[in-house]
Structure formats: C-alpha cells, structure tokens
Design a protein around this ligand. Sequence first.
Ligand code: IPE
Ligand code: IPE
Ligand code: MG
Length: 239
Amino acid sequence: MALSDTNQLPPPRHIAIIMDGNGRWAKKRGLPRTAGHAAGAESFRRIANYCRTLGVEYLTVYAFSTENWRRSQEEVAGIMKLLHRYLVEALADMEKNRVRFRFFGDLSRLTPELRRLCLDAERRSEEYDVQVNFCLNYGGRDEIVRAARAFCQEVAEGKRAPEELTEEVFSEYLYSSGVPDPELIIRPSGEKRTSNFLLWQSAYSEYVFMNVLWPDFTPKDLDQAIEEYHRRNRRFGGT
Ligand code: IPE
Ligand code: IPE
Ligand code: MG
C-alpha cells in the first residue's frame, strides 16, 4: 500500500505507548535523569493533544511500572513530583482539554495526596470522551493476579460460579474493564520488549518499535507508526 493510501485510513481506535527513553535522552545531554522525565511529560502532552486531533478514542500510556520502584529514591521522588505537577495542571485545564482520565495500576502505594489527585481527575472527567488511561504502578502480571483474586473472592462469597469464568468475564476484572484492546502498541527508545505492559490486552495488538527516544517523539513519529500499522496484515489466527 502506498503511503498516500494509508494516510486516508482512520487511525486505530486505541493506541498504547510505552513512554521509554527519558533517562538516555537526559544522559546524552549531560542532564540528570529527572530532566529527561520532565521532557517526557512534555512529549506526553504533545502526543495526547495530537491523538485528540486525529480522533483516536483511547490512548493508554505506560508512565510507571511495578518494577520502576527499583530505581534510586531520588529518581522515584522526581517522577512522583512531576506526576503531581502534571495532575494539578490537568485538573486546572480540565474543561479546556476535555480528556477523560483513567488510572490503571495499584494506586495504594502512592502518597495519599497523589492518589487523591488521580481519583479527582477520574471523577471530574467522567463525562469527557477522549480517554487517556494512565498506567501508574502498573504491571501486566500484577493486573492479572488481582483480577484472578477478585474473581475467586466472589466465588468464595457465593456470588459467582467457576464455570462462569470466560475470557469476556475475566476482562471485566482487569483495570481495563470496558476498554477495547489496543490495536497498536508503540515502544520508542529502541528496546524490543513489553516490560510487563498490557500482557492480557495485547494478545493481537500490532507492535511498532521505534528508535527515537520518548522526549524526542513527535506527531510525525506517531503518523509513521500509524502508517506502519496500516501496512500490517492482521489475521487473528485466520488466513
Ligand atoms: C521511561 O524512561 C520512564 C520511566 C520508566 C518512568 P526511562 O527512565 O526508562 O529511560 P531509559 O530507558 O533509562 O532511557
Ligand atoms: C517500561 O520501561 C516502563 C515505562 C516506560 C513506564 P522500563 O525502562 O522500566 O523497562 P525496561 O527496564 O527497559 O525493561
Ligand atoms: Mg527505560
């Protein structure tokens, strides 16, 4: 398919991005890693806006994994501070941006203040339609274990029977309940692995790995990833 043809096609309904490469971006400039995360937050704003203009319905971004606590206390604190600032600003601009927020992940490990901002953002944006799913203290395995535990709990309480468990029912117990699976998952930074992102939901997603670092990621890069997605032949196990 020629590029001009793919440009005419509608974008995927749901795009997910592993926002990776902030640290390397900072290192290249002789800056602290936190400066890379600040630049990454700017990149996120730019790309979220662009997704809205394209008509993408869901944007899921990996912001902090269940494994990222392994980093230095200084770096983790820097990331949390940036998140805090971002959420305060997002809450102030809520009516202008009209983005619906959802958080995927275990928020109980965040400070009460940050958790309150997350819940406020979810509650106050419920009516808006472009949805950003922010993965925060998120792990794909953790999500699946939690879902299994929640279902088992209901079985133990007599509310559910084991035979009722199907793929559809199980999906309802995940953080992503009600959200269609992403058609396209983009990982910038040159790494080619999932790092525990959307393990269940990505069963038939198209992956696009790119060499650009996340803070340098532009709308043009997103266009390129979408063009690549349109060139793929999705078979879902058929012929
Ligand atoms: C992604 O960038 C942001 C988080 C994981 C919080 P990194 O900080 O992983 O950047 P690199 O991979 O070290 O360059
Ligand atoms: C994945 O990136 C997590 C986020 C982007 C939030 P990492 O940088 O943590 O992943 P690894 O360590 O390279 O696998
Ligand atoms: Mg990384």
